[in-house]
Design a protein around this ligand. Structure first.
Ligand code: NI
Length: 172
């Protein structure tokens, strides 16, 4: 496994709609393993492939508590097939937009269909943090970011700040 670097706002790869994965092979499994390692090292509870610069429909999640056993999910081509009417508000963060927190209202419970790392079709009913996390990561696959849930003014301020940070990183 290898840790990859996390792509930060405003890199355009984060805004691309990611491509479906046609075949779950060793290359895809390697990508999933690298993403898990990258996510645990960050540390974070979820990561989408575009966040390491790979525009493909793959997400990894682990919302287990620090001292509990790890509970990694690898979801390939995830699709939400059911959403509860009841909403839930969570304060979300994103490894691609460090130090920004946004309160986001999403359906409290969902059912997600996906392929696991063996290419098997799975269905998972998720609630609470797991439901939030799945929806956040699938947003990434559609080029949507948590700043899109902010007011336009606040979003523009965040983007401006990250553009400046990117210029500083590039030494321009
Ligand atoms: Ni994120």
């Amino acid at each position: 496994m290898a840790k990859r670097s996390i792509i930060l706002l405003p890199d355009p790869v984060l805004r691309r709609v990611a491509a479906s994965i046609e075949r779950v092979d060793d290359e895809v499994r390697q990508l999933a393993d690298d993403m898990l390692e990258t996510m645990y090292a960050a540390p974070g509870v979820g990561l989408a492939a575009p966040q390491i610069g790979v525009s493909r429909r793959l997400i990894v999640i682990d919302v287990s508590e620090k001292d509990d056993e790890k509970m990694p999910y690898v979801m390939i081509n995830p699709t939400i097939v059911k959403r509860s009417d009841e909403p839930n508000v969570h304060e979300e963060g994103c490894l691609s937009i460090p130090d920004v927190r946004v309160e986001i209202e999403r359906p409290a419970e969902i059912v997600v269909e996906y392929l696991d790392r063996d290419g098997k079709r799975r269905e998972l009913a998720a609630s609470e943090l797991l439901a939030t996390c799945v929806q956040h990561e699938i947003d990434h696959l559609d080029g949507r970011l948590l700043i899109d849930y902010m007011s336009r003014l606040k979003r523009e301020m965040v983007v401006k700040r990250f553009k400046r940070l990117a210029r500083e990183r590039d030494g321009l």
